[in-house]
Design a protein around this ligand. Structure first.
Ligand SMILES: [Zn+2]
Length: 96
């Protein structure tokens, strides 16, 4: 059983309470009305699928229902850190 720390609840909870929502730190285009279809499509649909350390957005779906970020090794599944939205990660992602 994998335990994941929720920074909002302040405790480790079972992984089944959480859902990964994919890549973190995706910047919304500043002026969506003036994006090309290619730029808007890349923002909506294209994500990295890295091997190594990666920043991901997660939600504590059956707990507090709040979002937070995780730095996780996609090879070993080891979670290196969790941090709230708006905070900066202390572990640098190595995956590209
Ligand atoms: Zn929580």
């Amino acid at each position: 059983m994998l335990l994941i720390y929720c920074p909002h609840c302040g405790e480790h909870r079972d992984e089944e309470e959480f859902h990964s929502k994919g890549q973190a730190h995706i910047a919304r285009p500043l002026d969506p009305d003036n994006c090309t279809d290619k730029e808007w499509g890349e923002y909506l649909f294209f994500r990295k699928n890295p091997r190594g350390l990666h920043h991901e957005l997660w939600i504590h779906a059956t707990g507090c229902r709040k979002f937070f970020n995780v730095t996780r090794d996609t090879v070993s599944y080891e979670i290196k850190e969790v941090y709230k939205i708006g905070e900066r990660p202390s572990v640098v992602a190595t995956a590209s």
